[in-house]
Design a protein around this ligand. Structure first.
Ligand SMILES: [Zn+2]
Length: 204
């Protein structure tokens, strides 16, 4: 992930579902969670609360502490070791799309692809849709994998509610109503009540 809230917006339903079925989930945020505009906010604390709602353990949450919206000033290679340490033996990696309208999302994508290159790891990689970024790109998100989140949509929306400064009133895409509508839209494409859509980069 790049920012606290990416994980809930993009894959909160799937994270909750994976944990409920007995899997282990670790989250790595590339940035420090501090936003500098329009007002300065630190969302690290919110991230711990949101991920607790989904069921992620506190010691499975990591921050690489890159300055938000400044990823282009950092060198990818400097962060691969930290990511590989957390991601050793991981069989599924969920990352933002490289086409997102956000430099931090693109950095997170590139970092993941370098760290989980197939000659070293057998990690499946998918990109996710992050409302208020993915849909603002000039390129439509190509969904070719769907997860039924009908049982975890309420947890996803509850988790989003922990990001008190990021959640905005409807019709902003980061509103609870918009998240539900988006999940319904992805659901009806494949016959689920609610779904999250993903794009497969690599699958084993
Ligand atoms: Zn983000």
């Amino acid at each position: 992930m790049a920012h606290p809230d990416d994980e809930v917006l993009g894959c909160g339903g799937w994270i909750a579902q994976l944990l409920q079925s007995g899997n282990d989930v670790s989250v790595i945020f590339t940035t420090d969670g501090v936003r500098h505009s329009p007002i300065s906010t630190d969302s690290k604390g919110d991230a711990y609360e949101a991920l607790q709602v989904l069921g992620v353990k506190k010691d499975h949450i990591n921050f690489l502490n890159i300055k938000t919206q400044r990823s282009d000033e950092y060198v990818l290679r400097d962060y691969t070791e930290q990511v590989e340490k957390v991601g050793k033996d991981i069989d599924l990696v969920i990352v933002p799309s490289k086409h997102d309208l956000n430099i931090d999302h693109v950095f997170a994508y590139n970092l993941a692809l370098i760290c989980f290159r197939p000659v070293k790891y057998r990690s499946r990689i998918v990109t996710m849709e992050i409302m208020s970024s993915t849909e603002w790109s000039d390129r439509p998100f190509h969904s070719n994998y769907y997860i039924d989140i009908s049982k975890t949509i309420d947890l996803k929306i509850e988790a989003l509610g922990k990001y008190v400064k990021q959640v905005l009133p409807f019709p902003h895409p980061r509103s609870p109503e918009a998240i539900r509508i988006k999940a319904q839209q992805r659901g009806l494409e494949v016959g689920y009540l609610y779904a999250e859509a993903y794009h497969i980069i690599r699958w084993f």
